[in-house]
Design a protein around this ligand. Structure first.
Ligand code: AMP
Ligand code: GLY
Length: 423
């Protein structure tokens, strides 16, 4: 099988690493890819959101399957264009991906189908949005409607800050993404990420992980795309997964199908484990990053048949995926200044050393400079991942590898896994 993998982050490196292990694969091309992925695949310089370029590349390599990593490519219709070209695609159409790309669409969809989530309102008018705050008590949750690279959500401790966030959003801070503002009830609880694959008809649970969204230790500092993950998740018990599956995943897949936009790809449920059971914080139309990294380390089954089955509507014919009975952890090394203004260009040494069979370093925001050195080219730059018999062992292995990487211009959290280890 020839496979084209679209994207260039740590999530895509982890997918490439796993796909490359499949005996079914003859050729794997990643576009635009990154220097880490070059070890597992051919790299081609086509942007993830260059739909025409990606379709042309898929044709050129005779792709039997295109796997789409980032939501940005889904939003601009890569799955629709591939469908037109008759090329199987793991990834949702632009219409179905609105479950992530438009919070207003997503919240309205959840409300239409009576799915468990926070109460909310959507506004284009600041005065009406501010009046709606009366319904809630602090803290207030204010969100830009569209994609804002994880920066569109404000949890405001006071009414004044909530009103300022509304003015900010509708005042153009996020451009088009902030033309509408969503106000939500605050949900209290522990967060977890649950993944399900769907072929438009059926769905299958595909692992769970917990992320650390704040930049610094003790969950302090600004929100980020995620500073580290682990799997399995003791807080998200099998019973809670089953509740989330029947109360959220299954009706979501059925609802999208009945509304004429069957969902093909991975559905990522951001859950809040509240006193009343799991509730949806949000849906994403892609694997989590860096959740995907720990899932790939733990997945025993071949990934490729699952990806292909989602794209071709044959998921029901596959057995449930098998997971290693081990824990996995991912520690993100970020460039100084992330998330606001990451410094680019600093040289990283030792990232490609042999850390032993249980440690894998995925590249996220890396590039090569003219001299051929590995340099930072993004905010989240490396994902140091490890497996172990226990989370504690996995964590020790990951941090031992982190200590061996020579990159003074970086920072990372030293407490990944604290919730699970403290249990
Ligand atoms: P989102 O981009 O919607 O995932 O929001 C980013 C983060 O804000 C989430 O991971 C939660 O930690 C927090 N958050 C979002 N919505 C709520 C809510 N209704 N109640 C409590 N926390 C929330
Ligand atoms: N790690 C969170 C996300 O991918 O949205």
């Amino acid at each position: 099988m020839n496979i084209l993998l679209v994207g260039s982050g740590g999530r895509e490196h982890a997918l490439a690493w796993k796909i490359a292990q499949s005996p079914l694969v003859t050729r794997l091309v990643c576009a635009p890819g990154n220097p880490g992925m070059a070890a597992a695949a051919e790299i081609r310089a086509v942007d993830a959101t260059d739909v025409a370029g990606q379709v042309a590349l898929a044709r050129e390599i005779g792709a039997d399957l295109v796997v789409v990593g980032p939501e940005s490519a889904l939003e601009v219709g890569i799955a629709d264009a591939l469908a037109e070209a008759g090329i199987p695609c793991f990834g949702a159409t632009a219409a179905a991906a609105r479950i992530e790309t438009s919070k207003a669409f997503s919240k309205d969809f959840l409300a239409r189908h009576g799915l468990p989530t926070a109460a909310y309102g959507v506004f284009e008018d600041a005065a009406k949005a501010k009046a709606f705050l009366d319904r809630f008590s602090p803290p207030y949750v204010i969100k830009a409607d569209g994609l804002a690279a994880g920066k569109g959500v404000v949890i405001a401790p006071t009414r004044g800050e909530a009103e300022a966030a509304i003015d900010d959003c509708l005042g153009g801070r996020f451009g088009k993404a902030g033309a509408r503002v969503v106000i939500e009830e605050f949900m209290e609880g522990e967060e977890a990420s649950l993944f399900a694959l769907s072929d438009g008809q059926t769905s299958v649970i595909f692992g769970a992980a917990q992320d650390h969204k704040r930049a610094y230790d003790n969950d302090e500092g600004p929100n980020t795309g995620g500073m580290g993950t682990y799997s399995p998740t003791p807080a998200l018990t099998e019973a809670l997964v089953e509740t989330a599956r029947t109360k959220a995943i299954v009706p979501t897949v059925a609802g999208l199908k009945s509304e004429g936009m069957p969902y093909r790809g991975v559905l990522y449920a951001g859950l809040m484990l509240t006193g009343e059971g799991p509730k949806l914080v949000e849906y994403n139309a892609r694997f989590g990053d860096p959740e995907c990294q720990v899932l790939m380390l733990r997945l025993e089954s071949d990934l490729v048949p699952y990806l292909k089955a989602c794209a071709t509507g044959t998921l029901a014919s596959l057995p449930p995926p098998i997971w290693r009975d081990e824990a996995a952890i991912c520690v993100v090394l970020a460039a100084r200044g992330y998330p606001d203004a990451p410094e680019k260009g600093s040289v990283i040494r030792g990232a490609d050393a042999d850390f032993g069979p249980d440690v894998t370093v995925f590249h996220a925001g890396t590039a090569r400079n003219a001299a051929g050195d590995l340099v930072a080219s993004g905010g989240r730059v490396l994902n140091v991942c490890a497996r172990g018999a226990t989370l504690k062992e996995a964590r020790e292995r990951a941090y031992a590898a982190v200590a061996r990487i020579d990159w003074p211009e970086s920072f990372h959290r030293t407490d990944i896994g604290w919730r699970a280890l403290g249990r």
